[in-house]
Design a protein around this ligand. Structure first.
Ligand code: AMP
Length: 521
């Protein structure tokens, strides 16, 4: 049975498999190999992908998109609140403090939404390959913490997919280009998608891939480029017709779609024509037929500062990896936006390297995930994927002291043991909070778990010793155990079990989706 590689993107998703040693990208809908990561709920039932996107303008409150921004996040988190502020659907805090969406007159965990996208992909793969598909390698951003990785796995489980490995997106990109096979090289990955921007610097070669540094902006992507062109068009319409057409949601939406289409055309041509007949009506009841031309140079001026910003992050990340831009041997461009010529040129100018071509930027991550899947299943010697952990892993003890146990950018898999002692006489309880994050203020970090060693025997302070062992798996998943040194009393905290949805909920949701799917396909 084939194991598929999945790029579960913020805006679009894609899947691939290795067949006869070559990557095969799976058509997901009408021969298209990428699919919008969108789910809509309406009177006619649930729509996923292209069908959800098409009806978006008529059903904005019940169409869920950009779920990846919320996956594995706390509802109260500042990042979550910022993301929610820009969404057209409603979100609420779930039972575990995570994010749930209210759509189609029901509350659903964000994992369920991602699961619907994954189930659609799974079904498309089954149809195309004419075999059942139950296992996958899923790529996640390098900066995803334990909670987000775990939520991704839960979404897959709900969709009836077992994730045999979570792989970092830039690592997948390097695998897609086969870079693990050659000699040692420094590789910079510039990934600009529809809604997010990521940069990673890798050391690759000799069968190993190591992420040296990664950074990005979770709120910068192709949408912001579309928005700039949309604003420009809005003023052109106002100038030509004296009307603000964006008051009407439908006209605004058509203008936005025209902006994105023009942006895409301007990657291949130096001029684009925008024609929107019957865009709106004037106060006098006359139809507005809007037409205008835009050239590439004008568009590049409109988005110049956005491009500059990405380049700044790009060079800063190279510096954070301890390198100079001219030390970079290979540049990989990932994400649909990197087809914009100015991005290609600017990246080339900074590094003096011609960006690698050969794998389509929209498909790179899925192909890389499929390569990893093949390595893991076909008995080929797997490349040693030496990733680094993107965040500090630390503890806060009962005394209120916080301590970093595994610093960020440590190689994973990683193991570390710390010894703690009681701080007062006859202390009965030791409470240990495990967090992930880089902030000096503990409450701004991600609390992964809290556990207690109870009923300690009476003893003067400092006499009871507790060893806490931390480990981070190659997938970036955290496990923690605590042992009373003298008695050998062991308490295991499987962090992954402590976050996200309770296991029985996942099982229930999986059964429900399987039922719904069997009636819709
Ligand atoms: P991704 O999330 O990687 O699928 O990237 C999607 C983003 O890439 C969207 O903002 C698209 O508008 C944009 N995109 C797709 N094709 C092109 C193109 N040829 N030129 C510029 N942007 C593109």
């Amino acid at each position: 049975m084939p194991v598929i590689g999945i790029d579960l993107g913020t805006t679009n998703s894609c899947a691939a498999v290795i067949e006869g040693g070559r990557p095969l990208v799976i058509p997901l809908h009408d021969g298209k190999v990428t699919m919008p990561s969108m789910v809509a709920f309406g009177p006619g039932g649930t729509l996923v992908g292209e069908a959800a996107k098409r009806q978006f303008v008529n059903n904005v409150e019940n169409t869920v998109y950009a779920a990846k921004r919320l996956l594995g996040r706390h509802f109260e988190d500042l990042h979550t609140q910022k993301a929610i502020a820009s969404l057209t659907y409603k979100c609420v805090g779930g039972p575990n403090g995570d994010v749930w969406v209210v759509a189609g007159e029901r509350k659903r965990a964000i994992q369920e939404i991602s699961a619907m996208v994954l189930a659609e992909i799974k079904e498309a793969c089954r149809r195309h390959l004419a075999q059942d598909v139950t296992q996958a390698v899923i790529a996640v951003p390098a900066y995803f913490n334990d909670r987000q990785r775990h939520a991704t796995k839960q979404a897959a489980k709900i969709a009836g997919l077992e994730v045999i490995r979570v792989i970092n997106e830039p690592t997948a990109a390097a695998l897609a280009f086969g870079l693990d096979k050659g000699g040692e090289r420094r590789v910079a990955v510039y990934d600009l998608g529809g809604g997010t921007f990521d940069v990673s610097v890798l050391k690759v070669g000799g069968g190993a891939i190591e992420v040296l540094a990664s950074a990005g902006d979770a709120f910068l992507g192709g949408n912001d480029f579309d928005q700039r062109l949309y604003e420009w068009l809005k003023w052109r319409v106002q100038e030509q017709c004296g009307v603000d057409v964006t008051i009407e949601t439908k006209s605004a939406h058509r203008l936005f779609e025209a902006a994105e289409a023009a942006k895409i055309r301007l990657s291949g041509e130096t001029k684009a024509k925008i024609a929107l007949p019957f865009l709106a009506t004037t106060a006098q009841g006359q139809s507005i037929h809007f037409e205008c031309d835009i050239d590439r140079a004008t568009f590049e001026t409109l988005v110049g500062d956005l491009v500059d910003e990405t380049l700044r992050t790009f060079t800063d990340t190279i510096t954070a990896a301890g390198l100079k831009p001219t030390d970079i041997d290979e540049v990989l461009l990932v994400g649909g936006m990197t087809r914009m010529p100015v991005i290609r040129e600017r990246v080339r100018a900074v590094t003096a390297v011609e960006p690698a071509t050969g794998v389509h930027p929209d498909l790179v991550v899925a192909v890389g995930a499929a390569v990893q899947a093949a390595m893991l299943t076909e008995g080929a010697i797997p490349a040693v994927l030496l990733d680094v952990t993107p965040h500090n892993l630390g503890v806060l003890t009962v005394a209120g002291l916080s301590e970093t146990v595994i610093p960020k950018n440590s190689r994973v898999p990683a193991d570390m043991v710390r010894r703690f002692t009681t701080v007062s006489d006859n202390q009965q309880l030791v409470r240990i909070v495990v967090f992930q994050g880089d902030n000096r203020h503990i409450d701004k970090n991600e609390i992964l778990a809290e556990f207690r060693l109870e009923d300690l025997r009476p003893a003067p302070r400092g006499q009871i010793e507790i060893d806490v062992a931390f480990s981070i798996s190659p997938e970036g998943i955290v496990h923690v155990t605590a042992t009373d040194v003298e008695t050998g009393n062991l308490q295991t905290i499987n962090i992954s079990g402590a976050v996200g949805l309770p296991e029985q909920e996942v099982v229930r949701m999986a059964a429900e989706q399987a039922r719904e799917l069997s009636t819709s396909h």
